[in-house]
Design a protein. Structure first.
Lengths: 252, 132
């Protein structure tokens, strides 16, 4: 069985120049996801469509877009569900990040922030894993993480998709706001660190007018995050820690 | 490390995002309402001060003004003012508690309670205003 859907896809040149919506009719399998439909646009209508994806199962975090106005990973949204919400299905790039073209945003600045949180992106960790290419892909081998590497392993759950950056209304007017994902990563890194100095340093990074105090509590990050990271709660917890620290310094 | 782009939308258009509640959750409704009521209450404060300055022109002009604001139209506007004040005050309490890191997990419950309490207080206010 197949379904036919019309997709209204945002198209633009780098920097958002010449932004417009273009409509495409696609016919796909009836259990197709919205990402499958986007791929069908690329395959059957316009090979110049710029979009990003990798894993197809919500672990790479690269395909994030707005579907019918809400931030989602289109690889886990059924096209049929999206159609029930709105027809034609509207697909737009994430907000609050520079537009690189069509559905792709430039995540360089965002990834730099994630790096600064001391929670590294995957590549660093993967390259360093001692997998032997000659055996069965390393499946039968116990993969041991070298000493000290554990801290580079990414912030569990967060797939660095940028959905929370797009969903945050405060992010729209303060580009220096560190943003939900970085603040949550800082909280996570602090929880993991046993080194008191490092813990202080991480709390310093979260503090300040562009840090946890810039959040104005819309809770959209937590609401939209596809991985239940709950950045808002982490932001509020770090505020409490910062206040506790200030109080302790005063009374000492 | 700028996340946004210099060729991005203007600041005014970006600020429009604060009030764009389409496809957003209850948290954003509270966020937008808090901002709108905050701005409106500041505006009201200036009107209030201007009205009070009528007193400086003698009791006659002030009394004439008070007669005017006793009309049903102005009483209805009073109710709007009370609604705005209730939203800002009750949600403000919730944000103060949660924003300092307390009861974070109960923020949604607090929103429901604040909405209920606000509606109740608004009904009571309406009865008191229009009751006799
Ligand atoms: S916190 Fe959630 S929404 Fe934000 S980047 Fe990580 S996975 Fe995506």
């Amino acid at each position: 069985m197949t379904i036919t859907a019309t997709l209204e896809v945002f198209r633009c040149a780098p920097g958002g120049v010449d932004g417009r919506f273009e409509s495409y009719d696609v016919t796909v399998h009836d259990n197709a996801t919205v990402l499958d439909a986007i791929e069908a646009v690329w395959a059957n209508h316009d090979r110049s469509l710029v979009f990003r994806h990798a894993c197809h199962h919500a672990s790479c975090g690269s395909c994030g877009v707005l579907v019918n106005g809400s931030e989602v990973l289109p690889c886990i949204v059924d096209l049929a569900d999206a159609l029930r919400q709105r027809s034609p299905v509207r697909v737009e790039p994430l907000r609050n990040l520079p537009l690189a073209g069509d559905l792709v945003v430039d995540v360089t600045g965002f990834f730099e922030r994630m790096l600064a949180s001391t929670m590294s992106i995957t590549r660093t960790a993967e390259d360093a894993l001692p997998l032997d290419a000659d055996d069965d892909g390393g499946r039968s081998q116990a993969v041991s993480v070298p000493d000290g590497l554990a801290r580079f392993n990414r912030f569990e759950n967060c797939v660095e998709c940028g959905i929370c950056i797009s969903a945050c209304p405060t992010m729209a007017t303060d580009e220096r706001f560190r943003g939900p994902a970085m603040l949550a990563a800082l909280g996570r890194a602090r929880a993991e660190s046993a080194d008191p100095q490092q813990r202080e340093h991480l709390l310093d990074l979260a503090d300040g007018e562009h840090g946890v105090w810039r959040c104005h509590s819309s809770w959209e990050c937590t609401q939209r995050c596809p991985q239940q990271v709950d950045p808002a709660e982490s932001i509020m917890e770090q505020r409490r820690e910062i206040l506790r620290r200030r109080f302790r310094r005063r009374v000492r | 490390m700028a996340v946004s782009t210099p060729s991005g939308p203007s600041r005014v258009r970006s600020a429009g995002r604060w009030f764009d509640v389409r496809h957003r959750g209850p948290g954003t409704w509270a966020y937008a309402l808090n901002r709108i009521t905050g701005l409106a209450l500041v505006g009201y404060l200036y009107i209030h001060l201007a009205v009070l300055s009528l007193l400086a022109r003698g009791p006659g002009s002030y009394d004439r003004f008070v007669d005017l604001v006793r009309s049903p139209l102005f009483l209805a506007l009073d109710l709007v003012l009370i609604a705005g004040w209730l939203i800002h005050a009750l949600n403000g309490l919730r944000l103060t508690v949660v924003g300092l890191g307390f009861g974070v997990r109960a923020q949604r419950t607090m929103l429901v309670v604040a909405t209920g309490a606000g509606l109740l207080a608004l009904v009571v206010s309406a009865v008191l205003l229009f009751g006799d």
